[in-house]
Design a protein around this ligand. Structure first.
Ligand code: ATP
Ligand code: ZN
Length: 293
């Protein structure tokens, strides 16, 4: 149960790679966030909700302990922090903050697979995830824990290899390292406390979760409208990417053609439009979706 009576608490990263997108998600879910004098706590003016702004590493514990009811954190941080005690529950992946924990080595290391790391030292900020990977691969290596600047470890002869988060690969390249193995794939996730909020706030919490889920699933989704010859209806609906059952409506004064409306969960590319057109579709419109529930 949250420690502050009568208010829900959501833990978000104060500053860093997840901070802006976390705040965007909260706002897109309809929460009006006001930045007061207190840098640690932002208030939501239209609901009894506070945002607790902390270091990402603290978020899983705060949520697991019920100090916060919800939290937004990278799966990598959540996974690294897992222990025998109560853990925060993952509600859903959020589609941002994507990165990969990779094993990378300098070109001077003769690498022929994870076994090449036997007896070597590997620097990382994620010792638990790495250890689990090494155990699964049957590799016995020494893990050197570094809080940051892991990529300089090989140059300083602190380690022969590193295991670090990568999104574009630019940092590895700048340090002359080659990514070799994927150890863990991560993105931001919404987590909730296993103990749940105080009963009076349970409905509010469910509605916030549902709204956030709507925001996430509408991202990238498009509303497609087109006219189609009846004879080509099956072919055309098969081309629409990630559409469920589309709505098919009659066109006034036309027996041979119908209007098709569909929500496409996946990106709609120009190539898709060209295929639709080739299959006989006309008057094709692709519209953004703001909210979905
Ligand atoms: P804090 O001060 O909150 O402890 P931090 O320095 O640990 O911040 P950031 O660098 O802001 O963390 O990264 C936060 C999260 O963003 C990571 O844990 C990871 O889930 C995600 N992320 C996405 N891309 C990258 C990347 N290229 N490198 C590191 N983290 C990334
Ligand atoms: Zn951190």
């Amino acid at each position: 149960m949250s420690t502050v009576q009568g208010r829900l608490r959501i833990a978000v990263q104060k500053s860093g790679r997840l901070a802006d997108r976390s705040l965007d998600l909260v706002r897109d879910a309809g929460l009006r966030v006001i930045k007061g004098n207190n840098d640690l706590l932002y208030r939501v003016e239209n609901y009894p909700i506070d945002l607790l702004r902390v270091r990402d590493d603290d978020i899983p514990t705060f949520v697991a302990d019920g100090v916060c009811d919800l939290g937004i954190v990278g799966e990598n941080v959540l996974e690294e922090g897992r222990n025998g005690g109560a853990n925060a529950e993952v509600v859903m992946p959020l589609g941002f903050g994507r990165c990969t924990l990779k094993l990378a080595v300098p070109p001077t290391l003769d690498y022929a697979g994870p076994m090449s790391l036997n007896g070597k030292r590997i620097a990382t900020s994620y010792p638990r995830i790495l250890q689990r990977y090494l155990d699964a691969e049957g590799v016995k290596a020494d893990i050197v824990v570094m809080r940051g600047a892991v990529e300089v470890a090989p140059r300083l002869k602190l380690a022969s290899a590193i295991c670090d988060l990568v999104s574009t690969g630019a940092t590895l390249e700048a340090n002359g390292l080659d990514a070799r193995e994927t150890v863990f794939e991560s993105q931001a996730v919404l987590i909730r406390s296993p103990s749940g909020p105080e009963p009076a706030l349970a409905n509010l919490l469910e509605s916030i979760v549902e709204r956030m889920s709507g925001v996430v699933s509408s991202q990238g989704a498009k509303y497609v409208m087109l006219n189609a010859p009846r004879s080509a209806l099956d072919a055309i609906t098969a081309i629409l990417p990630g559409a469920g059952a589309p709505t098919v409506m009659p066109l006034m004064g036309r027996d041979d053609a119908v209007a098709v409306h569909a929500v496409c969960q996946e990106a709609v590319f120009w190539e898709t439009l060209e295929k639709l057109k080739a299959a006989g579709a006309s008057a094709i419109l692709v519209l953004p979706i703001e909210k979905m529930m």
